[in-house]
Design a protein around this ligand. Structure first.
Ligand code: NAD
Ligand code: DAU
Length: 351
């Protein structure tokens, strides 16, 4: 069936993979990528598909009520897949207000626009909100986050995402807006902005710069290949039950320091450097304020009810990711130095 879907944040890391999957897998859908193009939005991420006839880009800010109403009136979307957000925890610690504006206010602006557009007929419509496992707080040595784990967000970023999740659910209960929410663990892969641990470390190793490890490097994250997240979003958008929540994760826990040791090994091999060269760049730095110790996701509901499974083992995915960064030096250089000057904050990339 032909549909028009607005994907917000489609120029960002995960959003660009979601846009690519939907545009190529669903040629009968019209995909509208709605993005403000902040420092994290990069249309170069989509240059391989941006000429396809079912793809369109619209530059808009989700906090701008009039602009969003105009886009909804023009395109009359059947579905919204909402990824636009401020996504970096460290930035939320230095500048919480942008996170409140975009992640909370922006989400409500979209919810209101969808409610207004669909008020006479909600049949076949869907507002899908993409969220994070960080809303559940921090785990100790054992246990997993499930869909019924109580919310306990601890950074301005995770608190803003938790707030948005609650508002999305409130619109389902109060106004019967057909919403779905998913909460995913840490993604990695191509087009990841080099302020985040993996791409930052790849970039620094390549340039013989220190790899900054916060605290003792003992914090644990559950890593998922970004294309597997995009596949999960496709499955949940089409088969997920209205009003439900689905956790998405890789069942793939790594302490930061073990992950960096593995990455150093791969980088030595790919750069033809003697074994042990990259490890010498590891530098322990001041810990992140309020640094959550461990995240780990139980995604059995998504696996058993909707039939999704991750496709890639971590070592294979990490090697693919390194290959992508080494083959796409121009992308990396453009992000690090080029058209991003206005927004780009040096401290997040080079350290
Ligand atoms: P990103 O920072 O790479 O991309 C965010 C995108 O949103 C950018 O293209 C940016 O231009 C756009 N954007 C920001 N503010 C906007 C605004 N006001 N109006 C319109 N567009 C705006 O983020 P990401 O890592 O791709 O994350 C995407 C979504 O997935 C976020 O909602 C995030 O919370 C969630 N998430 C991310 C991860 C992860 O590991 N990266 C894991 C789970 C969930
Ligand atoms: O869990 C999902 C979340 O994963 C998403 O919701 C966020 O949008 C995404 O940014 C990511 O958050 P993290 O804070 O886990 O990702 P980050 O890459 O910033 O950090 C990963 C771990 O590495 C974390 O424990 C902090 C640590 N770290 C990070 C950086 C940037 C370092 O030790 N050194 C660094 O330089």
């Amino acid at each position: 069936m032909s549909k028009t879907i607005i994907i917000t944040g489609g120029a960002g890391f995960i959003g660009s993979h979601v846009v690519r999957l939907f545009v190529t897998k669903h040629p009968d859908y019209k995909i509208v990528n709605l993005d403000k193009l902040t420092y994290a939005g990069n249309l170069e991420n989509l240059k391989d598909i941006d000429k396809l006839p079912n793809y369109e880009f619209v530059k808009a800010d989700i906090t701008d009520v009039d602009a969003i109403r105009a886009v909804f009136t023009k395109y009359k979307p059947d579905g919204i897949i909402h990824l636009a957000a401020e996504s970096h925890v460290d930035r939320s610690i230095t500048n919480p207000m942008e996170f409140i504006q975009t992640n909370i206010v922006g989400t409500v602006v979209l919810l209101n626009a969808a409610r207004e557009l669909w008020k006479d007929n909600m049949e076949g419509k869907r507002f899908y909100h993409i969220s994070t496992d960080e809303v559940y707080g921090s785990l100790g040595e054992t246990g997993l986050f499930t869909e019924t784990t109580s919310y306990d967000p601890r950074s301005p970023y995770s608190s803003s995402k938790a707030s948005a999740d609650h508002l999305v659910r409130a619109y389902f209960h109060t106004y019967k807006l057909p919403t779905v929410v998913s909460n995913c663990s840490n993604n990695y892969g191509a087009n990841h902005f080099p302020e985040k641990l993996i791409p930052l470390s790849i970039n620094n190793i390549k340039n013989n710069k220190p790899i900054p490890i916060y605290g003792k490097g003992e914090n644990v994250r559950d890593w998922l290949y970004v294309v597997d997240h995009a596949r999960a979003i496709d499955v949940i958008f089409h088969k997920g039950i209205i009003g439900e929540t689905y956790n998405i994760g890789g069942n793939n826990e790594w302490t930061n320091i073990d992950l960096i040791h593995l990455l150093c090994k791969i980088m030595d091999k790919k750069l033809n450097r003697p074994a042990g060269t990259s490890e010498k760049l590891i530098t322990y730095v001041k810990d992140r304020a309020g640094h959550d110790l461990r995240y780990a996701i139980d995604s059995s509901k998504l696996q058993s009810e909707l039939g999704w499974t991750p496709s890639l083992q971590f070592e294979e995915g990490l090697e693919k990711t390194v290959d992508w960064y080494l083959a796409n030096d121009e992308w990396l250089q453009n992000v690090v130095s080029g058209g991003y000057e206005k927004y780009y904050q040096k401290q997040y990339v080079q350290r």
